[in-house]
Write a protein that binds this ligand. Sequence first.
Ligand SMILES: [Zn+2]
Length: 204
Amino acid sequence: MNIQTKTGKPAKRKQSPARPSRAEAEAAVRTLLLWAGEDPTREGLLDTPKRVVKSYEEFFKGYDEDPMAILSRTFEETDGYDEIILLKDIRLESHCEHHMVPIIGRVHVAYLPGSRVVGISKLARVVEVYAKRLQIQEKMTAQIANAIDTVLQPQGVGVVIKAEHFCMTARGIMKPGTDLVTSRMLGCFRDSAVTRQEFLSMIE
Ligand SMILES: [Zn+2]
């Protein structure tokens, strides 16, 4: 199997013996179109399997990226900065692993640095890597916090995610307007009520 990126270079996609070819993936989309009651040979749907498979490459590109590597470049010259660093309202677009429908929301990532800080865009990229996989929100919240904790070894980490699950708002129990809120607090964000409270008041 040879997956090509836009630049023509082969993507660093993990190979697994079970991974089907692109043609097989497109055939699977045709099967789902038939299942939905459609005619995959009609004009408007002819290229749909190709587009869906391409979309899947974007939705699930996080499997090919390593969040630890993203965080590994750190800076130590901070002139003794020792307050909370917070990147708030990071847009989240993920997919639930039970229904493969969108999870859309916001992520707030904070840490209290030890001796090292990381470029702020890297925090957003770590969120992106975990979001672009099939997920449950609880696990994704923990993964983001754990990755920052492991690589940066800060005094503490706090991650809060508020997100709408389309499997709940657009199907099933049909409760639009509901958000699932999850949090993972580590280090001083877990142990110190003052630090946790400061973080929570910053994201209100
Ligand atoms: Zn779901």
